[in-house]
Design a protein around this ligand. Structure first.
Ligand code: PLP
Length: 388
């Protein structure tokens, strides 16, 4: 590791990230070590990505073995681990078919295209509008960015994609008035992640279901952050009485290896015929080998129950130190009053060996590896308490 990584990084990398002056060179479980050998407890997990923590021996071994066989061949050919992962996802959800890509934005971009193609194939190309909600986050590509109903992310990037309409999150009247004869789908997160760990209201979700049924709209749930056990169920929609038409995944699916996926009901998936959509790297040997290890671990008996238990414990400890946690499983946010700056607190924590995140609305965000133990949660809260 070059000692002058900050100067060198700033010289050669495009400056679109505000990076902390730290570089991690090694990880083990929920811990990371920087260039100086300093140890950190990671309660951010690469922003809800490292499901199994760092350097999980089974994940490392599987990737290593696969790399020695074949890493990539393209989707011109059948790829066994891709089929295996699709089978696991289908058998553990209410959806029928899977498309693989590389990121959350790409998964959402794919979902937008799939919605349009489905209605086009039904002879209703006029039904192309997708309703999304304020505070949501769906990615940075132009389609997923447009779907992200937060003006601060749009600044400087207009014109945006046509056909996305915004309504206020958890506001039934606003949703109702956004529906037009052109509406094709409603796309949303069940717990808004970047937006501040804002859970959806049950009545609002019910209203979405009723409107979708009445107007024959598709329900697209963005599970990029909530998926793969993060909330204590394999998919967050499984906490509710709903079966979406399409869900999008990424983040935790590969445990750190880039992968995204779109799951859809059979009749909708059928619109993607050969040549209509694709992704060179999507679901290659390396990525799907990683995803298979992650899914098999997350689906082991008792794993998800423990995520719920540990999440409840984390909430309890956060409440004890005077915070107001919200969220599900190990996706927890604590909104702070204006006199306390979430970014500054996250910075203080980092200096003291604890990695946490922030989210919209001055919120502290906790999305640790799902393998974190109660003792490690206590360790993190102790550091946080001092930093508050
Ligand atoms: N959707 C949600 C809910 C997200 O939280 C994110 C990323 O934070 C994305 C989509 C975009 O994912 P990616 O950064 O992999 O493109």
């Amino acid at each position: 590791m070059a000692e002058n990584f900050i100067e060198e990084g700033n010289k050669y990398l495009i400056g679109n990230y505000a990076r902390y002056p730290v570089s991690f060179v090694k990880g083990e479980g929920v811990y990371l070590y920087d260039t100086q050998g300093k140890k950190y407890l990671d309660m951010l997990a690469g922003i809800a990505v490292n499901t199994l923590g760092h350097a999980d021996p089974d994940l490392a071994e599987a990737i290593c073995n696969q790399a020695q066989q074949v890493i990539h061949v393209s989707n011109l050919f059948y790829i066994q681990p891709q089929i295996d992962v699709a089978k696991i996802l289908v058998e553990n959800s209410c959806l029928d078919k899977v498309f693989f890509c590389n990121s959350g934005a790409e998964a959402n971009e794919t979902a937008i295209k799939l919605v349009r193609k489905y209605f086009y194939d039904k002879g209703r190309p006029d039904k192309y509008e997708i309703i999304t909600f304020t505070g949501g986050f769906h990615g940075r590509t132009i389609g997923s960015l447009t779907a992200t109903a937060q003006p601060k992310y749009h600044e400087g990037f207009k014109p945006l994609l046509q056909g996305i309409r915004y309504a206020s999150f958890n506001d039934i009247d606003s949703l109702k008035s956004a529906v037009t004869e052109n509406t094709a789908a409603i796309m949303f997160e069940l717990i808004q992640g970047e937006g501040g760990i804002n859970p959806i209201d049950k009545q609002f979700l019910q209203a979405i279901k009723e409107l979708a049924e009445k107007h024959k709209l598709l329900i697209v749930i963005d599970e990029v952050q909530t998926g793969i056990g993060r909330t204590g169920k394999l998919f967050a929609y499984q906490h509710y009485d709903i079966c979406p038409d399409i869900i999008t995944l990424a983040k935790g699916l590969g445990g750190g290896v880039p992968i995204g996926a779109v799951l859809a009901k059979e009749k909708i998936a059928a619109s993607f015929t050969p040549g209509t959509h694709g992704s060179t790297f999507g679901g290659n040997y390396l990525a799907t080998t990683a995803a298979k290890v992650v899914l098999n671990k997350v689906l082991q008996k008792g794993f998800l129950e423990e995520v719920i238990e540990k999440g409840e414990y984390l909430k309890e400890l956060l409440t004890d130190i005077g915070l107001n946690p919200r969220g599900k499983g190990l996706m927890i946010g604590c909104p702070l009053p204006p006199e306390k700056d979430a970014s500054q607190i996250a910075k203080n924590c980092l200096e003291n060996g604890l990695i946490i995140g922030t989210a919209g609305g001055n919120t502290l965000r906790f999305v640790p590896p799902l393998i974190i133990t109660k003792q490690q949660i206590e360790e993190g809260i102790k550091i946080l308490k001092d930093c508050l």
